[in-house]
Design a protein around this ligand. Structure first.
Ligand SMILES: Nc1ncnc2c1ncn2[C@@H]1O[C@H](COP(=O)(O)OP(=O)(O)OP(=O)(O)O)[C@@H](O)[C@H]1O
Ligand SMILES: [Mg+2]
Length: 292
């Protein structure tokens, strides 16, 4: 971008797309069942349409990325998928079940796990305690009020296996608040895995990590069960390329295009979104920090 000022709205398309690129069909099923099907999802906050008529078909076992500039509607779409938000219209199907009206806990029971853009765990509890709560699917208040700690012993094998398999085996006794940012992000992924999901939603798992920590989280994700369907929002193109093979692009709440990762990166609209001009030089990083 020689001699070119990045405008405040450089991450926005100059022309709003009206629908998904007709040249970008959904990923081929290749005999796989459909893990998640979104049909015409629209979500509004008052006057603002955060997600507009988004339809996606995500095959089981996919490594599926969602990208787009700040405010594109990515997290809102995740909230609709996980049941934190109800869309004003459209349907969400999880392995063929219509879950649009189901609560988040009901969806967890059907196999939906997720992490959040901002880390959500109990800093004053140990890694073991955080993982045990997640395995039990309980809140801290239920742990304290309803059952003594020893009744949770049956779950410790799973907690220890999870922690050991992803390098946190030596940290079980440490308070979560004492972990590095990279370890916290890993713990978040483990918490989501503790409910043994079939579909895992990861909202910017590498946000705020150092280059070395990004490699660690990428390798953790690379070691997950290939049958697990992973849908990941990520701004870091290197992490994205290392984990996903298919990418959907959102802007202004709408699906701009989707396709194999390398092809999507070359798409003129995507280059415009990330570079502020379609003819700009290739680069790995989008024109914003990726942390929020
Ligand atoms: N609870 C809310 N109330 C009102 N507006 C909201 C709410 N949540 C999100 N929005 C708005 O909806 C739009 C989409 O936000 P969203 O968080 O989904 O974007 P995003 O693509 O995840 O962005 P980022 O890359 O910054 O995380 C934004 O304009 C945002 O301000
Ligand atoms: Mg977001």
């Amino acid at each position: 971008m020689t001699g070119q000022e990045v405008q405040p709205d450089a991450g926005r398309l100059t022309e709003r797309p009206s629908a998904g690129d007709p040249l970008s069909p959904p990923p081929p099923l290749d005999g796989r069942e459909v893990a998640l099907e979104l049909d015409s999802i629209t979500c509004r906050f008052g006057e603002l349409t955060a997600v507009e008529s988004v339809s996606l078909t995500i095959p089981a076992g996919s490594r599926f990325g969602i990208i787009g500039p700040n405010g594109a509607g990515k997290t809102t779409l995740f909230n609709v998928l996980s049941g934190e938000l109800r869309p004003v219209s459209g349907t969400v199907k999880l392995f063929g079940h219509d879950v649009t009206r189901m609560s988040a806990p009901e969806r967890v029971r059907l196999g939906m796990g997720r992490t959040f853009q901002v880390v959500r765990l109990f800093n004053d509890l140990t890694v073991r305690e955080n993982l045990t709560l997640a395995v039990m699917g309980l809140s801290r208040s239920k742990l304290q009020l309803l059952r003594p700690w020893r009744t949770y012993r049956a779950h410790q094998a799973l907690v220890e296996t999870l922690a050991a398999s992803f390098g946190l085996g030596g940290r079980l006794g440490r308070a979560a608040g004492e972990l590095s940012h990279g370890e916290l992000r890993e713990l978040e992924v483990l918490l989501a895995l503790a409910v043994e999901p079939k579909v895992l939603l990861l909202d910017e798992p590498a946000a705020g990590l150092s280059p070395a920590e990004r490699v660690d989280i990428q390798s953790l994700l690379g070691r997950l069960d290939p049958d697990l369907t992973i849908i990941m929002i990520e701004h870091d193109m290197q992490v994205l390329r290392g984990v996903v093979d298919w990418v959907a692009v959102l802007d202004h709440g709408e699906l701009v295009t989707q396709g194999p990762t390398a092809e999507v990166q070359r798409h003129p609209r995507v280059r415009e979104l990330y570079l502020g001009s379609a003819g700009a030089h290739d680069r790995d990083e989008p024109s914003r920090s990726g942390t929020s």
